[in-house]
Design a protein around this ligand. Structure first.
Ligand code: NAD
Ligand code: TYD
Length: 351
């Protein structure tokens, strides 16, 4: 069946992988990628599919109510997969209002526009909202986030995402908009902006810069390769049940310091440096305020109901990621100028 699908945030990290997958896998769909191209959005991420006949890029801002409504009237989308967001916790601590605007107001604008163009005939329509496991808050040493875990967000970022999740469900409950929400754990892989842990540390090791480990380094995250995340979104979008939530995770928990030690080992090999060179760059710094201790996803629902599992072993994914960054130094150079330098200086005190 032909479909017009809107993907928001498609020039960012996860969105660009999703756009590529959909454009290549579904030539009979029209994929419209809507992105404001903030510091985190980069059309270079999608150079390989630019000329495809089923792909359209629209530069625009989801917080602009009028613009969004006009776009929806123009295209009459059948489905929306919503990823556009402010996504970095440290930036949300610095500037929460930007997160409230984009993540909450932007999402509500998309919901209002969907309601308007679908005009209560919701057959074969879908509002798919991409969210994060951070909405569940922080775990102790044991236990997992299940789909039924009560929300308990702790940072301005996760609070804004939690709020947007609530609005999506409220619009389903109140107006009947068919929706699905998925909550995923930490992603890693090519094209991630080097403010997040792995690309930041890969870039710093390459340039012999210190590796700023927050607090005691014993904070735990559950890591998933980005291509496995977008495979899960594809599966859920096409086979998931409306009004349901799916948790997506890698069954792959790491304490930050263990992950950083492994990264240092792999970087020594990749750069042809003597074993033990990169690890000397580790420097413990002041903790992030309100730092969530541990995230761990129970991804058994998507596994048993939809047959999805991560395809990559973590070490394999990590090496692929390292290789991509080392082979794409120009991509890194192009985005680590100007604004990025200011951000780095503010966050870490030196450049
Ligand atoms: P990202 O920061 O790399 O990309 C976000 C994209 O949204 C960028 O291209 C940016 O230009 C665009 N954008 C921002 N504000 C916009 C606006 N007002 N209008 C239009 N476009 C705008 O983020 P990401 O890591 O790819 O995350 C994508 C989504 O997945 C987010 O909703 C995030 O909450 C969620 N998520 C991320 C992770 C992760 O580990 N990165 C994990 C789970 C869920
Ligand atoms: P991050 O990639 O920012 O993802 P999130 O906070 O959304 O999980 O950080 C991953 C973990 O790494 C988190 O526990 C914070 C820690 N971290 C550092 O120790 N130093 C850093 O410079 C950064 C960016 C993160």
């Amino acid at each position: 069946m032909n479909k017009k699908i809107l993907i928001t945030g498609g020039a960012g990290f996860i969105g660009s992988h999703l756009v590529r997958l959909f454009v290549n896998k579904y030539p009979h769909y029209t994929i419209v990628n809507l992105d404001k191209l903030t510091y985190a959005g980069n059309l270079e991420n999608l150079k390989d599919i630019e000329g495809k006949p089923n792909y359209i890029f629209e530069k625009g801002d989801i917080t602009n109510e009028k613009y969004i409504l006009n776009l929806f009237v123009k295209y009459k989308f059948d489905g929306i997969i919503h990823l556009a967001a402010e996504s970095h916790v440290d930036r949300s601590i610095e500037n929460p209002m930007q997160f409230i605007m984009t993540n909450i107001i932007g999402t509500v604008n998309l919901l209002n526009a969907s309601r308007k163009i679908w005009e209560e005939d919701f057959k074969n329509k879908m509002f798919y909202h991409v969210s994060t496991d951070e909405v569940y808050g922080s775990l102790g040493e044991t236990g997992f986030f299940h789909e039924t875990t009560p929300y308990d967000p702790q940072s301005p970022y996760s609070s804004s995402k939690a709020s947007s999740d609530h609005f999506v469900r409220a619009y389903g409950n109140t107006y009947g908009i068919p929706y699905i929400v998925s909550n995923c754990s930490n992603n890693y892989g090519p094209n991630q902006f080097p403010e997040k842990l792995l690309p930041l540390f890969i870039n710093n090791i390459k340039n012999n810069k210190s590796l700023p480990v927050y607090g005691d380094g014993k904070f735990t995250r559950d890591w998933l390769y980005v291509v496995d995340h977008v495979r899960a979104i594809d599966k859920i979008f096409h086979e998931g049940k409306i009004y349901e939530t799916y948790n997506i995770g890698g069954f792959n928990e790491w304490k930050n310091i263990d992950l950083i030690n492994l990264l240092c080992e792999k970087m020594d090999v990749a750069l042809g440096r003597k074993k033990g060179t990169s690890v000397k760059l580790i420097s413990y710094v002041k903790d992030r305020p309100g730092h969530d201790k541990r995230y761990a996803i129970d991804a058994n629902k998507i596994k048993s109901e939809l047959g999805w599992e991560p395809s990559l072993q973590f070490e394999e994914g990590l090496v692929k990621t390292i290789d991509w960054y080392l082979e794409n130094q120009e991509w890194l150079r192009n985005i680590t100028t100007g604004d990025y330098k200011d951000y780095y200086l503010k966050q870490y005190g030196k450049c």
